[in-house]
Design a protein around this ligand. Structure first.
Ligand code: ACO
Length: 216
C-alpha cells in the first residue's frame, strides 16, 4: 500500500493511530478535525486539513488513503458512519498495523483495519473491514472479527470466537472458546463471556450477564 494517509479526527485515538502509522512507515498528509484548536494542540507538526466537509478539495480520493482517528468509548457507530460517509465519496482506507503488533502468517486483515501496538492475531484468524484491534488485544487462533467491530485494549478472544459486525468488546474482557458475539453487541470492560451473546445485547460481569437498564 502506497500513498499518503489522512487521519480523520484529531483526538486521543488519533494520537494512537498516528503512532501506528509512523511505526509502519506511512507518510501522513495531515488531519481533519472540527475543533481546530484540538488539532493544533494534539498535532502541531502535522498539516491541518480543516473539517471533514469538502475534504475532497484539499485531498482528493485518488491522492492517497484515509484512516479514522475516532475511537469510541463504548460504541462502534461513530467509526462506522465515518467509514461509510467517506467510502461513498470514493475514498479508500489504509490497513494500519503497528510495527509492534504480531500477525501470524496467513492472517487475513481487510481494508481499513487498525491493529495497535502489542496486539496479537494468531493463525486462522480473520479481521473484517474497518475493524479495530486495540492495544494489546489478543485475537487467538481461528477467530473471526466482523466488519466495524472493536476489540478493546487488553481484551482476549480465545480460540474460534466469532464476533459479529459492529460489536464492541470492552477493555480487558475475555471471551471463552467458540462463543459467538452477536452483531452490535456490547461486552463491558472486564467481562468474561461464557455463553453466546445475541445481537445488540449489552453484557457485563463475571460470568457476563445482561446489563440491567438503569432505574429512575
Ligand atoms: C483506549 C480506549 O479507551 S478504547 C475504549 C475502551 N472502552 C471500554 O472498554 C469501556 C467499556 N464500557 C463499559 O464497560 C461501560 O461501563 C458500559 C458501556 C458497560 C456501561 O456504561 P453505562 O451505560 O454508562 O453504564 P453506567 O456507567 O451508568 O453503569 C450502569 C451499571 O452497570 C455497572 N457497570 C458499568 N460498567 C461495568 C462493567 N464494565 N462491569 C460490570 N458492571 C459495570 C455499573 O456499576 C452500574 O451498576 P449499578 O446500576 O448497579 O450502579
Amino acid at each position: 500500500m502506497t500513498g499518503p494517509v489522512v487521519i480523520v479526527g484529531a483526538g486521543g485515538h488519533a494520537k494512537v493511530v498516528r503512532d501506528a502509522l509512523e511505526s509502519a512507515g506511512f507518510v501522513i498528509a495531515g488531519v481533519t478535525e472540527r475543533d481546530a484548536a484540538a488539532a493544533a494542540r494534539n498535532f502541531p507538526d502535522l498539516p491541518y486539513l480543516g473539517t471533514d466537509e469538502g475534504l475532497a478539495d484539499r485531498f482528493a480520493p485518488t491522492a492517497g488513503y484515509l484512516t479514522i482517528g475516532v475511537g469510541g468509548a463504548c460504541s462502534t457507530d461513530g467509526r462506522r458512519r465515518l467509514h461509510e460517509r467517506f467510502s461513498d465519496q470514493g475514498y479508500r482506507f489504509a490497513r494500519v498495523v503497528h510495527r509492534m503488533a504480531y500477525l501470524a502468517a496467513g492472517v487475513q486483515v481487510s481494508e481499513g483495519v487498525q491493529v495497535m501496538a502489542g496486539a496479537v492475531i494468531q493463525p486462522g484468524a480473520s479481521v473484517g473491514a474497518y475493524a479495530l484491534i486495540n492495544t494489546r488485544a489478543v485475537v487467538d487462533h481461528d477467530c473471526f472479527v466482523g466488519a466495524h467491530a472493536h476489540v478493546g485494549p487488553n481484551a482476549t478472544l480465545t480460540a474460534a470466537v466469532w464476533v459479529g459486525a459492529g460489536a464492541f468488546v470492552g477493555a480487558g474482557a475475555t471471551v471463552l472458546p467458540g462463543r459467538r458475539i452477536g452483531a452490535g453487541a456490547l461486552i463491558a470492560a472486564g467481562a468474561v463471556v461464557t455463553r453466546d451473546v445475541p445481537d445488540g445485547l449489552r453484557v457485563a460481569g463475571v460470568p457476563a450477564a445482561p446489563l440491567t437498564p438503569r432505574r429512575g
